[in-house]
Design a protein around this ligand. Structure first.
Ligand SMILES: N[C@@H](CCC(=O)N[C@@H](CS)C(=O)NCC(=O)O)C(=O)O
Length: 375
């Protein structure tokens, strides 16, 4: 039995950044280990089921694989400290969690893999040192890097779509910067679940790899500060001279955040619609039995879906993971009174995100023994 929490994670891993930040902000002590540690394969993987990070071994010895499940484990125990009370803020927080952990993979992969002159040595260092010094380490590093380099393409970045991917990212970055000039976190004075989800692509890839990190420092200093802030346990907001200490009062969602969501909606909504169509077609044809794994490893999928953004066609992997996360948005919404549902719908309408309330898969997914499976 271990004495404190152990987080299997890596500095260059997208999903690790989300769980690590949650532990730091909630002052939950942990030791971080790489998957190259001998205990990972022997003791953790048999219980974690898939070799993904982050995976947590709690002080009591329980193995929790998946950043969302790690956060849920602590949220369920601490009275949902990072979930705002108001319905509008609750849905916006859950939506940013989906967008961060699934909707921004395209720019994250693009800015990591398509600027090798700036990024390659830095990225290779991390892939290499995530493994022990065995003879096949160099070859394994290249194989792992090739698999992930391919991910930029399969999430829809091609020569033809590259400009669009960059335009969308830069507009989003500018809008987020404007918001974070007024508040240190998405919903005010402390981080919500959505901040942790959004940090996933904004830390390891977009806020830490040399090329996009410089872009963020030069173009969006308030976003860069938020990334730093999310990795510190205090509020870290000395530049706000009127700082409060809670989420914004009266369930307020600032107009600056609505502007951020409107840009994100431009590809998030059509991509979600196209992916739902494709996966529902797959479900109809294959009729997987209850209990069969629905969410595999990153960059595995059931096929690709086509959708159009600003007259440009994008072809991207359709992954059930997005819909597993969206289920939570839907469940949260379904629990509200009719009046509150009306308020939330009006807000999502203003963010151009209204369709996400009704896009569903024909089958639900549940978590069972560290896997997301078809119900
Ligand atoms: N749904 C999981 C995804 C975790 C995940 O895919 N992590 C990546 C690193 S960022 C990984 O472990 N990839 C290794 C692999 O797929 O083999 C989570 O949110 O934690």
């Amino acid at each position: 039995m271990t004495q404190q929490h152990i987080l299997y994670a890596m500095s260059h891993s997208l999903y690790s950044g989300r769980a690590r930040s949650y532990l730091i902000k909630n002052r939950i002590p942990f030791e971080e280990r790489s998957t190259g540690h001998e205990s990972f394969k022997a003791e953790v993987l048999p219980k974690g089921k898939l070799p993904t990070i982050p995976t947590l071994v709690t002080a009591e010895g329980e193995v929790i694989r998946d950043g969302g499940a790690i956060i849920e484990h602590f949220e369920a125990a601490n009275g949902r400290h990072c979930q705002p009370q108001g319905p509008r803020q609750q849905v916006i927080s859950a939506l940013f969690d989906v967008i961060g952990t699934d909707g921004l993979l395209r720019p994250a992969m693009h800015y990591r893999w398509n600027f090798p002159e700036d990024n390659l040595e830095f990225v290779r260092y991390h892939f290499l040192h995530s493994q022990r010094d065995v003879p096949e380490r160099a070859a394994k590093t290249e194989a792992m890097m090739n698999r992930m380099r391919h991910a930029a393409m399969i999430f829809g970045v091609t020569e033809q779509s590259q400009k669009l991917v960059e335009d969308l990212y830069l507009e989003y970055l500018d809008a987020l910067n404007a918001h974070l000039e007024s508040y240190p976190y998405l919903l005010g004075w402390r981080p919500c679940i959505g901040d942790f989800g959004l940090l996933a692509p904004m830390y390891a890839h977009l806020g830490r790899d040399p090329h996009p990190a410089r872009l963020m420092q030069q173009r969006a200093p308030a976003v860069y500060r938020w990334v730093e802030r999310m990795n510190r346990e205090d509020q870290d907001a000395p530049e706000f001279f009127n700082a409060g200490n809670d989420f914004l009062a009266n369930d307020e969602v600032p107009e600056t955040l609505v502007e951020v969501l409107k840009i994100l909606a431009e590809d998030f909504v059509p991509e979600t619609l196209a992916a739902a169509d494709l996966i529902n077609g797959w479900l109809g044809k294959h009729q997987p039995e209850g209990g069969v794994t629905a969410v595999g490893r990153l960059a595995e999928s059931l096929g690709t879906a086509d959708f159009t953004v600003r007259s440009e066609q994008i072809t991207s992997l359709a992954q059930p993971h997005r819909f597993y996360l969206l289920q939570r948005v839907h469940d949260t919404f379904a629990d509200f009174s009719q009046e509150k549902r009306g308020e939330v719908s009006a807000l999502l309408e203003a963010c151009d995100m209204a369709p996400i309330l009704t896009i569903t898969l024909d089958r639900r997914m549940i978590r069972c023994n560290n896997l997301e499976v078809w119900h």
